[in-house]
Design a protein around this ligand. Structure first.
Ligand code: UGA
Length: 454
């Protein structure tokens, strides 16, 4: 098996998981980020993000991993250069390509002094057509530095990892997508991903035997679209079940049973059908908005995408409505928010429903107290009116209502009897993720309100 010299530009979730997994597979990896503090922390062995298992793998592979703030030497040395920089959402929902453009020009400048071929692999989520744009910027960078024809190929290799299971998803993906026009670049990518495709690496991270992982080769534009279409479909699936849950509440059906019943149809599938307060994070909100903005640029008015986002916004408001139904006025009431990160096993608060809900509750005059195993401090900074405590029971003590926002394991396993005894009337528990047994909650002296399962 060939060991590659890999460069990774951008040491965020995607860059770190990509670098760690490729080093784990035996390649030499240099991670570059322009954020000097981040790189200094990584050199000290500190992880700049909370991601289970990642720190251990980085430590284990430290001999094959380097960190730097300089792009030039990384480009000089690499056979394959991954680009995993942020592509944030601009005000109008479009994609801000300034970071990736700067990197592309930088790659081009360095390539002017190099003959060996370089495969530039884009992992950032970019609008369809960006692969060609990146190629153009690289070539421009080379010409600006006095070089001629730069020897490189651009490949799109969209990332499907989830925060909280980033490393697992990198090593055991459902599929690998390679979008490229160059046969040579496709061969390099096939070789690089061979151990993942064949699942032939040491399996100490997950001893279960795995089937071969499909590797799909497409053109550049299709690979770029696959990324948006995947996230938009998943967001749609959640918004769909949330809409069904809202109808279930009115009709007396149970959304969990309905999800199970439809999920058993192999054409539908059972995953991502958990109704609740809706989706957040750095990807679904951004990518649904971006796909809508991209289609508008081409003169196509998307109908489903705005509806998917609107259903999601409505779910946040439904938390407030459920509280108002039982507490009547929220003014002066104490409300505990349990779990603040946008999902469990991450400290990420980007587009976290908790922050919007906390602000809304504060606007209604409620006293809002929050607890999260890792994201509390940052949540308190983001919403200063949110009082952060260090224990779930401290949050619940004296509260008129508690809302489960994020289903961390420790919150799923909370002592309901103790929670009920600590609260004050009407002792309402809004289960934003439908994880508690309503009967047990009621037996513990609390009122239960789930989503689609009254
Ligand atoms: C998502 C995709 O799942 C990844 O495949 C993709 O690579 C990533 O975006 C990305 O584009 O970078 P992530 O945002 O980390 O991953 O988190 P998910 O596990 O997908 O959850 C997203 C949101 O949906 C969370 O707020 C979660 O609570 C919510 N959710 C998820 C539900 O409300 N119901 C469900 O059934 C599942």
């Amino acid at each position: 098996m060939k060991e590659f010299e890999i460069g990774v530009v951008g040491a965020g979730y995607v860059g770190l998981a990509t670098g760690a997994s490729l080093a784990y597979l035996g390649n030499r990896v240099t991670l570059m980020d322009k954020d000097a503090q981040r790189i200094a922390a990584l050199k000290r062995g500190e992880l700049p993000i909370f991601e289970p298992g990642l720190g251990e793998v980085l430590a284990k592979c430290s001999k094959r991993l380097n960190f730097t703030v300089d792009l030039d030497p990384v480009v000089q040395a690499a056979e394959v250069l991954f680009v995993a920089v942020g592509t944030p959402m601009a005000e109008d929902g479009s994609v801000d390509l300034s970071d990736i453009s700067e990197v592309a020009r930088g790659i081009g400048r360095t390539l002017s002094g190099r003959d060996r071929p370089l495969v530039v692999v884009n992992k950032s989520t970019v609008p369809v057509g960006s692969g060609d744009y990146i190629s153009m910027l690289i070539q421009e960078g080379t010409e600006e530095s006095g070089g001629g024809e730069a020897n490189f190929q651009v490949v799109s290799n969209p990332e499907f990892l989830r925060e909280g299971s980033a490393l697992y998803d990198s090593l055991y993906p459902d599929r690998i997508v390679i979008g490229a026009d160059s046969r040579q670049a496709i061969e390099v990518m096939r070789e690089l991903y061979r151990p993942v495709v064949e699942q032939s690496f040491a399996t100490e991270l997950d001893p279960r035997p795995k089937n071969a992982v499909p590797l799909l080769v497409t053109d550049l534009a299709s690979a770029e679209m696959i990324k948006y279409a995947s996230n938009a479909f998943l967001a749609t699936k959640i918004s769909f079940i949330n809409e069904i849950a809202n109808i279930c509440e009115l009709t007396g059906a149970d959304a969990r049973s309905v999800a199970q019943g439809i999920g058993l149809d192999a054409r539908i599938g059972s995953r991502f059908l958990n109704a609740g307060i809706g989706w957040g994070g750095s990807c679904f909100p951004k990518d649904v908005a971006a796909l809508r903005a991209i289609s508008a640029e081409y003169g196509y008015e998307a109908i489903m995408l705005p509806a998917v986002a609107e259903v999601n916004e409505r779910q946040h408001k439904r938390v407030i409505e459920k509280l108002q139904q039982e507490l009547h006025t929220l003014r002066g009431k104490r409300v505990a928010l349990l779990g603040l990160s946008f999902k469990p096993n991450t400290d990420d608060l980007r587009e976290a429903p908790s922050l919007k809900i906390a602000s809304k509750l504060d606007g209604c005059g409620a006293r809002v107290v929050g607890y999260d195993p890792v994201a509390g401090k940052a949540a308190g900074r983001a919403v200063p009116e949110l009082v952060i405590v260090h224990d779930p029971y401290e949050a619940i003590e004296g509260a008129h209502a508690a809302v489960l926002i994020t289903e961390w394991q420790e919150l799923k396993e909370i002592d309901l009897k103790r929670a009920g005894s600590l609260m004050q009337e009407p002792r309402l528990l809004v289960d934003g993720r439908n994880v508690y047994d309503p009967r047990k909650v009621r037996d513990s002296g609390m009122l239960y309100r789930g989503f689609g399962r009254e």
